[in-house]
Design a protein. Structure first.
Length: 323
């Protein structure tokens, strides 16, 4: 019996013994099974800033897990060895949701990230882990491309504290040709998370010649401001040649700096460059009085002057989760 998967906008029709586009959701005897449930292929302790998240528990460590598989097939994917891998070929280890909690506590992390590939495809594992992580008094973070249908997203948001979403371009053509996906569901993912009170940050990887024109960057920034609010942090990220895009050069620092200037001119309050060792573009300042609030170098926080989540000088409340 053919089974339809309703998890993501691809709505895969899966024949017996076969998998959906993500590789890990398999039709076994007429029942859809997520075959990587409880078997991550990656588990690490990261600084929260690496996700990237600059306004969520800054300076803390986060326990990060991922299974193989993804419902996007980005030509530039830096984690393609696991995101595009078949489960039968994967090296994985046994880690039930209860063990995710135990490992997070053992490593003195205050939150857990579902990351590296995309938690949308290992949804049941992420959801069950999120529930137990919350029950243990820890926080949950999704690092995602945001390609998930609204109903399962709303259910997941009940136990998620923060999301950092990769908005790849304001172009449906880019999503179709570079990622094997579509734009509209990603935009809806942002709006739903924000409406449900989940902490939201956005990232945009600038790829030379593909999504780095000034007008494209401005359109993306305007959409964020108009639909999510000017307080939503935006991280511009530097592209490096990976996977099937080794023919393109890394993003010039000047492009990233110009993108940040465009975003600030549009009116976004918190704009960062995620992977340049540049103090100015990693510093959090009060959007009202420009007082330096948080200083960073790379993924390391050096100083945090916030007082109860507010600017110490003008008392403006700063968007984020601070304790």
């Amino acid at each position: 019996m053919i089974v339809q998967c309703d998890l993501c906008p691809k709505y895969c029709m899966i024949k017996p013994g076969e998998s959906g586009d993500c590789r890990i959701r398999v039709n076994i005897d007429g029942k859809l099974s997520a075959v990587t449930y409880g078997f991550p292929s990656a588990a690490h302790v990261d600084p929260i800033e690496k996700k990237p998240l600059n306004h969520f528990l800054p300076g803390s460590s986060i326990f990060s897990i991922a299974t193989v598989g993804c419902n996007l097939h980005c030509l530039n994917c830096q984690n393609w060895e696991i995101s595009q891998q078949d489960p039968v070929d994967a090296v994985a280890f046994d880690m039930a949701p209860s063990e995710v909690v135990a490992q997070a506590k053992r490593t003195e992390c205050v939150s857990v990230a579902y990351t590296y590939t995309d938690p949308s495809v290992y949804y049941e594992y992420a959801l069950d882990s999120c529930i137990q992580v919350r029950e243990a008094g820890l926080r949950n973070v999704l690092v995602t491309a945001g390609y998930l249908n609204e109903s399962p997203l709303r259910e997941l948001c009940k136990v998620v504290d923060a999301v950092t979403i990769d908005l790849k371009a304001m172009s449906d053509r880019f999503y179709r040709e570079i990622c094997g996906a579509t734009l509209a569901p990603v935009l809806n993912y942002f709006v739903v998370c924000k409406s449900l009170g989940v902490h939201v940050e956005a990232s945009n990887l600038l790829i030379p010649t593909l999504n780095d024109k000034d007008e494209e960057i401005e359109a993306l920034c305007r959409w964020i401001k108009e639909n999510l609010g000017c307080e939503t942090p935006l991280h511009f990220l530097q592209f490096f040649p990976y996977h099937r895009m080794r023919h393109l050069p890394p993003t010039p620092a000047s492009t990233l700096t110009k993108a940040r200037q465009i975003a600030m001119a549009v009116g976004l309050d918190y704009v960062y460059i995620g992977n340049l060792m540049d103090a100015e573009s990693s510093t959090t300042k009060c959007p009202t009085c420009r007082t330096v609030l948080i200083r960073r170098v790379g993924h390391q926080m050096l100083e945090n002057k916030l007082v109860e989540g507010c600017c110490p000088d003008c008392k403006k409340k700063i968007y984020g989760v601070w304790k």
